[in-house]
Design a protein around this ligand. Structure first.
Ligand SMILES: *[C@@H]1O[C@H](CO)[C@@H](O)[C@H](O)[C@H]1NC(C)=O
Ligand SMILES: *[C@@H]1O[C@H](CO)[C@@H](O)[C@H](O)[C@H]1NC(C)=O
Length: 562
């Protein structure tokens, strides 16, 4: 993860000349450790279906060929202590149980090259590493919560976390995050590109080989992220191609089962150079591309300009720089793992809040594989501070509860599989409300409400000016009036049942009342599930004082049974 204030993709963009298991009980109530543990028994998925391969834009179980969707959370282990974070706060098995209970099926576990290449780390114990940094409180917490890890050498502790991830039924992607153990990423931190101060390419290759070899027999290790966020003044496409090829060969030789996951340039925001010249090899259907997507670099736009416009621009830019790789027929498309995205989980950052709705809609529509930044609620040591809190952490500073209590609800749709390349079920549309994370459904009494996406209704829509039909009842959505709930109706051929996608992002769905006034579908701002039609604010305005995201709905294609 780049520091927001240091991350300036815009500037680099100009320089490079690039074109711009869904069970009902998985809901996570407060506290109860028992409830946290229960879903693990049922969510157990994947490990027996490994290894993974690629097929066109999908990652699939190499044996059955069925799609496996990565929905990961990043867990930092690359910081100066070179110990996976949080072991001072909770027992390891409880942490991995929480990861599973929160609906993730995988962990992107970071590592620093030096941990596996430098003799200094060979016999260093976890307790010794924390003490050497003066982190006595963390050392005491670790000894109390994970006494057996405390005495392990730091490399063994890393392996112990990989083991626990597998035992919880989760997959692991091991991500080479930095060379020298430290916070990542800045343009001039010496870890940015091959040949930078701490980034010796030969040592990096030795590290890849050591890690790939060490975890070759661990089926939960489904892939290796070759290097996080390549960046900086020394980056070049030619060197990228050269080293990516060598890195891929190294991983593939040492562990032919592992997916080989490749970062783009400019903080992993740019794969655009592959449009003209794709990679020459898929390494026996193991090669996956990765990209990162944050609000950084557009923070002011997100905070102050019309979200419809900013989202449309951001999505187009992401598509041009990375998303395009998943397009095209199976012969030319590649899997894309959005291995980092994230927001301030406290919900107090306006730019991040707005960005998140945009991201969720895009991720659902394309059914992206993704990895969220981050699991950790705290660090042993970061920015000179012991116990530094991670506001982007899914877990709170005590690694106990979700920092954002609405987390499970908000992420539910993208935690499911929406597109199955082998489905026999006819395609249908989901109508998704990313602001709440809920989906449009007809309840038992045919009221149209927002509710849990696991009980979503299926819809069909023929495009602008046509009716939105329930696939189950052949009733359609109908506008009644400004401030009135939208209804399900059998009369589907007049103006009040015709709907048009408007606004630059295409997120707003407008109908018409009996008097011919245009009104937008709108979700409630509070806990009421009502869906009504209201006037559509801020359509043409670049600056918008209201947040129109209550009116954001997205047609999401799906073909999976719910
Ligand atoms: C680590 O410990 C082993 C066993 O005591 C020893 O042989 C080895 O030299 C040590 N490595 C370093 C780098 O000190
Ligand atoms: C780029 O490479 C040069 C020469 O190897 C090095 O001195 C410089 O520090 C590198 N730049 C960055 C940002 O690391």
């Amino acid at each position: 993860m780049a520091d927001p204030e240091l991350h300036r993709p815009h500037r680099m963009l100009r320089r490079r000349g690039a074109p711009m298991l869904l069970q009902r009980w998985a809901w996570l109530p407060a506290a109860s450790a028992l409830v946290l543990l229960l879903p693990v028994l049922f969510l157990h998925q994947g490990v027996e279906a490994l290894p993974l391969s690629t097929r066109g834009r999908w990652m699939v179980d190499a044996v059955s060929g069925q799609r496996v969707k990565l929905r990961c959370v990043n867990w930092a282990a690359h910081m100066p202590a070179v110990v996976p974070e949080g072991l001072d706060k909770q027992p390891l098995d409880d942490i991995v149980a929480r990861v599973a209970a929160l609906g993730f099926n995988c962990v992107r576990l970071t590592w620093a090259t030096y941990l596996f290449t430098r003799p200094r780390y060979e016999n260093l114990t976890v307790a010794g590493s924390l003490s050497a940094l003066g982190l006595d409180e963390a050392a005491a917490g670790l000894a109390a919560n994970n006494p057996f890890v405390s005495a392990l050498a730091v490399r063994e502790a890393y392996a112990e976390v990989v083991r626990a991830i597998g035992e919880a039924g989760l997959m692991a992607v091991l991500d080479n995050h930095v060379s020298r153990p430290q916070w990542c990423c800045a343009s001039n931190d010496g870890n940015g590109f091959f040949g930078d101060l701490f980034f010796d390419p030969e040592e990096w290759l030795r590290g890849l080989e050591a890690v790939a070899t060490r975890f070759r027999g661990s089926p939960q290790v489904v892939g290796m992220s070759m290097r996080n966020e390549l960046r900086g003044a020394n980056q070049s496409e030619a060197a990228w191609r050269r080293y990516v090829t060598r890195g891929a060969r190294t991983i593939h030789r040492a562990n032919p089962d592992a997916l080989i996951i490749v970062s783009g340039l400019s903080y992993d925001t740019d794969l655009s150079f592959l449009a003209a010249r794709p990679l020459p090899s898929r390494f026996d259907d193991k090669l996956v591309l990765e990209a990162h997507w944050y609000s950084f670099g557009k923070r002011e736009d997100w905070a102050s300009r019309s979200p419809d416009r900013v989202c449309a621009d951001a999505a187009r830019e992401f598509e041009n720089r990375a998303g395009f790789v998943t397009r095209g027929d199976d012969g030319s498309s590649w899997p894309l793992f959005v291995s980092e995205f994230g927001v301030d989980q406290r919900g107090t950052n306006r730019a991040d809040n707005r960005f998140l709705s945009c991201f969720l809609a895009f991720a659902a529509e394309r059914d992206l594989d993704w990895g969220m930044w981050a699991l950790q609620g705290s660090y042993y040591w970061r920015n000179g501070q012991p116990g530094f809190a991670e506001t982007y952490g899914v877990l709170d500073a005590n690694w106990d509860l979700p920092r954002n209590p609405r987390f499970p609800e908000r992420f539910r749709l993208i935690q499911g599989m929406l597109q199955d390349p082998d489905s026999q079920v006819p395609a249908y549309l989901i109508i998704y409300h990313p602001l709440s994370g809920q989906c449009l459904l007809a309840d038992d009494t045919s009221n149209v409400v927002l509710g849990d996406c696991r009980s979503r209704s299926k819809w069909s829509y023929g495009g602008n000016g046509t009716a939105i039909l329930s696939a189950e009842s052949s009733l359609c959505l109908r506008t009644v009036g400004d401030g009135s709930p939208v209804v399900l109706s059998p009369s589907c051929s007049d103006d009040q049942s015709a709907w048009t996608m408007i606004s630059s992002s295409g997120f707003r769905i407008a109908g018409m009342d009996a008097g011919g006034s245009r009104l937008c579908l709108q979700g409630s701002s509070g806990d009421s599930p009502t869906v009504e039609t209201r006037q559509c604010p801020c359509l043409g305005d670049p600056i918008c004082s209201e947040n129109p995201q209550r009116q954001w709905f997205r047609f999401v294609p799906s073909n999976v049974v719910v």
